[in-house]
Design a protein around this ligand. Structure first.
Ligand code: AMP
Length: 359
């Protein structure tokens, strides 16, 4: 096995965890990120300190790497396409195109036979009022692009919730109105596809959000095996349709009757898959690296039940307590400043671990 170099666009915690997994497989990593001493570069082999769309820097990355991947979905599609002319880029730029725009994403999911909330494209206040009337006054208004962690959203809970000024308040940019989904719980699935088309998926996680940010992922999710199978099948359809290589994260709303409504996809490793580093032999990070390097995928089976908790802002102060607990894997991201809402690290607590130690 010759030593490959993997380029990673983006230098946050996901890039950091990818670089750590890569090192164990003798894969070298170069991070492209404008911020010096970013979380990923602290553990990678090298950093190119430049903007994500810096043509010269991208050319250098292509020149010096065998494969390029990314840790966030807002890499400019044009940059990924430029790179693709010189070096394999995994996941393919088509996945970025689909994931960057909620309207394109929903249409693509539907074309794969995957159910989503009903939706209308909104390009004016009139569009919004007509769409809300169609949904009985209820719905979730979102920016089509660049929304994350619940930002750029407005919820209409009843017909008495006035939409006056809402189009402007969200920036007079292209929006989407989704029908309000009365879900019972939120789940996600992490799946991977190798170059030869092999697909492996992890058990679905049950996710709870706090202030629009993921708080905990619990395994197993409180869903039936039929619902879990539906999630796996949806991921398989999507990965095949995108001719995908790498790990994908898919979030769903689970309804009381067990049906699933896809909410969004992330063409990368995902926060709701961090538990895999503690409860599986091969984590989502290693799985992604295996896929993009052209290696065989690893076993995604879970050996323990577990709960992953994000450490957001001041939650980092509780690290000494977490370190004192048994069966807890603590993972910190190397960020100097604990601003409110900033992801500083996470912990995964194994529950009901099978122990067979002797003596
Ligand atoms: P998103 O940014 O799309 O992940 O949305 C953030 C959160 O808002 C989700 O995790 C849900 O809790 C809630 N949400 C989003 N879309 C809908 C919807 N169509 N119906 C009900 N709740 C939603």
């Amino acid at each position: 096995m010759s030593m490959q170099t993997i380029g990673i666009i983006g230098g946050g915690q996901l890039g950091r965890m990818l670089a750590m997994a890569a090192a164990r497989l003798n894969l070298r990593t170069i991070i492209l990120e404008p911020q010096a001493d970013c979380p990923a570069a602290q553990v990678a082999n090298e950093q190119i300190t430049a903007a994500y769309d810096d043509i010269k820097a991208l050319a250098e990355l292509a020149e010096r790497c065998d494969v390029v991947t990314y840790e966030f979905e807002n890499v400019p599609v044009s940059a990924a396409q430029t790179l693709e002319r010189g070096v394999p880029v995994y996941p393919p730029s088509k996945a970025l195109e689909v994931a960057q725009d909620r309207l394109v994403e929903k249409r693509f999911l539907n074309s794969c036979g995957i159910a989503t909330a009903r939706f209308h494209a909104i390009d004016s206040q009139q569009d919004l009022e007509a769409a809300l009337a169609d949904f009985g006054g209820k719905g979730v208004l979102k920016t089509r692009r660049l929304g994350y962690d619940g930002k750029g959203q407005r919820v209409f809970r009843s017909a008495s919730d006035s939409p006056a000024g809402a189009y402007e308040a969200l920036g007079s940019v292209p929006l989407i109105l989704e029908s309000f989904v009365p879900f019972e719980r939120e789940i996600s699935i992490i799946a991977a596809r190798a170059k030869d088309g092999t697909i492996e998926s992890y058990d679905p996680a049950e996710n709870v959000h706090r202030n629009g940010i993921l708080d905990t992922s619990t395994l197993p999710a409180n869903i039936s095996s039929a619902t879990a199978k539906t999630a796996r099948e949806a991921a398989e359809k999507l990965l095949a349709a995108l001719d995908y290589v790498g790990v994908i994260g898919m979030e769903f709303f689970a309804m009381a009757d067990g049906t699933l409504i896809a909410n969004e996809i992330a063409p990368r490793v995902h926060n709701s898959g961090h538990w895999t580093e503690a409860a599986c032999v091969v984590s989502q990070f290693e799985q992604h690296m295996r896929a993009v390097a052209g290696f065989a995928l690893g076993n995604p089976d879970r050996h323990s039940d577990c709960v992953m908790t994000n450490l957001i802002g001041d939650d980092i102060l509780a690290v000494p307590e977490w370190l004192g607990k048994k069966d807890v894997l603590v993972h910190l991201y190397g960020k100097a400043e604990a601003r409110p809402g900033r992801k500083m690290g996470h912990v995964t607590e194994l529950k009901g671990r099978k122990t067979s130690s002797q003596g």
